[in-house]
Ligand binder design. Sequence first.
Ligand SMILES: [Zn+2]
Ligand SMILES: [Zn+2]
Length: 396
Amino acid sequence: MKALPEIAALDADMRAWRHHLHAHPETAFEEKATSAFVADKLRSFGLEVHTGIAGTGVVGVLRAGTSQDAVGMRADLDALHIHEKSGVAHASQHAGKMHACGHDGHTTMLLGAARAMAQRRNFDGTAYFIFQPAEENEGGGRVMVQEGLFERFPMKAVYGMHNWPELPVGKIALREGPLMGAYDIFEIVATGRGAHAAMPHLGRDPMLFAAHLINALQTIVARNIHPLESGVVSVTQVHGGDTWNVIPQEVVLRGTVRTFEPEIQDLIEQRIGEIVKGLASTFDMAATLRYERRYPATINSPAETRHALAAATALVGAENVDTDPTPSMGSEDFAFMLQAKPGCYIWLGGSRGAGTPNLHNPHYDFNDDALAIGASYWVTLAEAQLPAQAKVRAAA
Ligand SMILES: [Zn+2]
Ligand SMILES: [Zn+2]
């Protein structure tokens, strides 16, 4: 791997920015200092800067030449509610908050790319540098799209990346189609008739209903989905009862569904509804279901995946690009941007070897050795996707 010279020259600066961001993590929609840090840096590089999109989101605009062609690159700003235990010198100074997903690294790499592209001006058109808030749980990417991101900043495609601690540093993984799963949640409230536990015949037991329901829900993946398709149904919470000798009146179950294909998502949602209704009738319960779709699947479009592959290959060599990684059932709100625009989301290797803490672990710390690779990828990709710079073209 050879980082671009302008990126190699920025490596020490990028490490310092990353450590600053890591030490000062901010969570969903509260990324005020992070957002100001990004906006200041972009202005100092000479970019036009738009702030206040989805609250704390920032878009940097870099124009060169006269072409109307434009591409977007996206990073995320937010940290997690985790108490850091990494022990590194730049560990979180905000108790209970931590950059445990490496968004500090993502932000830094996109800043590095903006700086290098502003210096090189090796393209004709517009590069948009999108810094979104609240990737974790709260859908800041969705809010940016709803607030007109792509109308205000028209672009032909949008690209994303995530550091991947399971993949060695220096490697990149990507694939056409789904790379991350859709994230849905459900809540089932079962209401029976409370009774003395020694006189169950006088009540209607929602606890027994819950036991059968958990089993029955597992039949959806096992018996309704094609064996070669994938889905996950996990009941993750059961709330009911307060003491030994009372059959409770009510039990609440909650859980999550993960899928890649919309048809499978539809099928699982439909089957959960049918099973809840059917079992409630069997057990003479009143049961309600709330099913909510949070994040769609992250689906890479064909042409843009080829562009991303070309940039990755040019940078790290074909032997270091995995073009058929097993997709993750984790989810990503970049998916909302990919629903609105064609694009590609890749995984950037970040492993330090065996035992590297994974994302969302309190011992995790973004691997700084990946910074120059990720930033060089952005520049290589964006320059290849925009027409060549006018003067360069004239000279050729
Ligand atoms: Zn995360
Ligand atoms: Zn993340």
